[in-house]
Design a protein around this ligand. Structure first.
Ligand code: MIG
Length: 687
């Protein structure tokens, strides 16, 4: 059941696809107060209550015990105390012995979520805008709650099937030759690969929609060569457009009046990678059309995938802010004995980036109205994604394109995926990546993943291995690292063969994982979920923070600590453990409900599977397009005959009908009797 409540005149965010009448009765579940413009919602928590949701955010699967802020931010240095990341996903589900409901704030401005921070038994949610649509969702189970929310907000984005392959990326690949070498080094070692990301270094002076003619002399030919080898190039596009006469995207943007403006009507300008930039007003339909059309030459050059960055939007500085920092510096210079001012001087410069004052200084246009940016801040990245997705649809309506963004808002889950932003090569960030996945799925972002290996600082071999072992299961499986950090391609490491085997397991599982993903996406389900969703009566499962469910019948529990050589795993029911070393080399171990200490050497990682849920392994291959998805080994802890509905399609149809693509695979009871592992059916299938 969904109930809608409207406060003031909300900005239309496009997040919701159902149009519902607003209720007029008493507001349920919360005490509602208004303070100046704000709307404040307060609710007492019972000791057992859990909170799920908030999509991209730090800390646990259960969000209880921290204060979060919906305010899209470029936070290269995020840690567990960070309150805002790159996206704002304003859904929070309350789950306890006496409650199962969700609250969704369709509000693109600043929201504070005090989730047992000020008082451990109280939730306080504050909307600064105070003008919003508020939805209360009520169902008997978390699983139904998630479905209802998807009904409200629409179907998740479907990436092309090749986007489930392994993708190599690094900030710093600066020429065609370098990129070809990366491809070649993978090929020589038979490391599977489907795509290589081009970061800002491919552009001329970091200017969107250009490419460096010296380093990438013929991008269409390069793209075609790679494609002939079933590899895709995936260029980055940033939000800002350099303010420079003679640069076509700037000239056409200026001519169309498509940029965000200051109060005096002049274009708002701020420095980002290309220098001083203007910012497309993506909230306007005509701007989205214009910006989307700029992708066209790249699409015509054969490119089929993009990642959109810096779209919070990230601002390095504005001239106004630099001026005022210098003014402060001069004042301090004149009063050298004002030690405190001297000490604070550093802050004036270090706080130049992403300043609230700048976000308050420019405007969007909506239905002829001027809307100050900070009121709608969290929409910016989502509408950039929308601009690109709409352009791709116009260009080729019969095809899926890969698109993933850094910044997002609910609604953007219909148009693209997201990556989890600038993590570090830290063990704690491996855990954070795992814990973020269920929340993202709840909010509709099924196609996602973190920078495997970690983006910032230097990775170690063991950490990269463990990251890849998580990445085997994330829809976006991308190794990405920052300029000047240790080179992170798997072939750089002495244990590259183990890493290759991990990636090979991904390819062997790919048709199965793709099937699980598509079934979740097409039925409004979740690909990853907290254990609480399937075991709502099991307190151990409800509070499990380092294992998550995958698809219909699987659970993952990666090793998250250095030198651990294994870990404890809680099985909420009897399961089969598949402990992989490679697609050909794995242990099948039936295990009973309860706690287990499981040894996992560096090259080993487990997949747990419920009884009577088969897992399918294909013979593997080095490219998604070359996989044989008709020949499988099925493994299953079974009580008798079992079947599985395998989803298979062309991987490109943007609007597939689930029922048209299901093949029922049957594993006969006889597969049990001949099996070397008692109770586990192992069966070869040819479709
Ligand atoms: O200010 O394009 O999150 O993935 O490599 C950094 C360079 C800009 C941030 C992205 C990261 C990307 C980097 N970008």
């Amino acid at each position: 059941m969904i109930r809608k409540y409207t406060f003031g005149t909300p900005f239309s965010t496009d997040a919701v696809i159902l149009s519902l009448p607003a209720e007029s009765g008493e507001f349920p579940f919360f005490k509602l107060t208004r303070e100046n413009d704000r709307v404040i919602l307060t609710r007492k928590l019972q000791p057992e209550d859990c909170l799920f949701g908030l999509g991209e955010s730090v800390r646990g699967i259960n969000k209880r015990g921290h204060r979060y802020r919906s305010w899209n931010s470029d936070v290269f240095n995020h840690t567990e105390s960070t309150e805002s990341l790159y996206g704002s996903h304003n859904l929070l589900c309350f789950f306890g012995p006496e409650c199962c409901f969700g609250i969704y704030l369709d509000d693109p401005g600043l929201i504070t979520w005090d989730l047992g921070y000020t008082r451990s038994d109280t939730v306080v949610i504050t909307s600064e805008n105070g003008q919003l649509d508020l939805y209360i969702l009520e169902e008997d189970s978390l699983t139904e709650l998630a479905r209802t929310f998807r009904r409200l907000t629409g179907r998740s984005y479907l990436p092309p099937r090749w986007a489930f392959g392994y993708i190599q990326s690094r900030w710093g690949y600066a020429s065609e030759e370098e990129v070809r070498t990366v491809a070649e080094e993978h090929r020589r070692r038979r490391i599977p690969l489907d795509g290589i990301c081009l970061d800002i270094d491919y552009m001329e002076e970091f200017k969107n929609f250009t490419w460096r003619k010296d380093a990438f002399p013929d991008l269409p030919r390069f793209t075609a060569d790679m494609k002939a080898d079933h590899l895709r190039l995936i260029p980055i596009i940033d939000a800002g457009i350099r303010q420079e006469n003679g640069y076509a995207p700037y000239d056409s943007g200026e001519a169309g009046g498509y940029f965000c403006r200051k109060a005096d009507g002049s274009d708002f300008a701020a420095a980002v990678w290309p220098g001083i930039c203007c910012f497309p007003d993506f909230l306007r339909e005509d701007t989205r059309r214009w910006f989307g059309s700029l992708y066209r030459p790249l699409l015509e050059a054969g490119l089929e995938g993009f990642w959109n960055d810096m779209n919070e939007p990230a601002l390095f500085f504005t001239e106004e802010r630099v001026e005022s920092a210098f003014r402060r510096a001069e004042e301090v210079h004149r009063n050298p004995r004002d030690y405190e001012a001297m000490w604070r001087l550093g802050d004036s410069f270090s706080s130049l980036a992403n300043s609230l004052e700048d976000y308050r200084s420019f405007f969007h246009e909506s239905d002829g109205r001027q809307v100050r940016h900070d009121r709608v801040h969290n929409l910016y990245g989502a509408f950039m994604t929308r601009s690109a997705a709409e352009a791709f649809r116009r260009f080729d309506p019969g095809k899926r394109f890969l698109l993933f963004s850094r910044s997002s808002f609910i609604g953007a889950h219909r148009n693209g995926g997201i990556w989890q932003g600038d993590n570090f090569s830290w063990w704690s960030h491996l855990k954070m990546a795992l814990q973020m996945l269920p929340g993202l799925n709840l909010c509709g972002f099924l196609y996602s993943g973190c920078d495997l290996g970690g983006f910032g600082c230097n990775v170690t071999e063991d950490l990269l291995l463990r990251f890849l072992q998580l990445g085997v299961f994330t829809p976006l499986m991308r190794n990405h690292s920052a300029l000047h950090t240790r080179e992170q391609e798997v072939y750089r490491f002495s244990t590259w063969e183990w890493m290759r085997d991990v990636i090979r397991v991904r390819y062997a599982l790919l048709p199965f994982l793709y099937s699980e993903f598509m079934k979740a996406a097409l039925t409004g389900g979740m690909y990853f979920r907290p254990l609480a969703f399937d075991y709502p009566k099991d307190p151990r499962a409800i509070h499990t923070e380092d294992q998550i469910l995958l698809g219909e019948g699987c659970m993952i529990a990666p090793v998250l600590e250095q030198n651990a050589e294994g870990r404890y795993v809680y099985l909420p029911e009897d399961m089969l453990m598949i402990r992989f070393r490679s697609p050909e080399d794995y242990d099948l171990v039936p295990m009973n409900k309860g706690d287990h200490r499981i040894s996992m050497s560096l090259r080993e990682f487990p997949l747990f599977v419920k009884k009577n849920h088969p897992v399918l392994l294909c013979p593997g291959g080095e490219r998604t397009e070359l996989l044989d998805d008709r020949t499988f080994t099925a493994v299953c802890r079974a009580d008798g005959k079992v079947s599985y509905d395998l989803y298979r399609d062309d991987g490109a149809d943007p609007d597939p009908v689930l029922a048209d693509h299901l093949t029922t695979v049957v594993i006969p009871a006889s597969a049990l009797s001949g099996s070397p592992v008692p109770g586990v059916a192992i069966s070869s299938l040819v479709l």
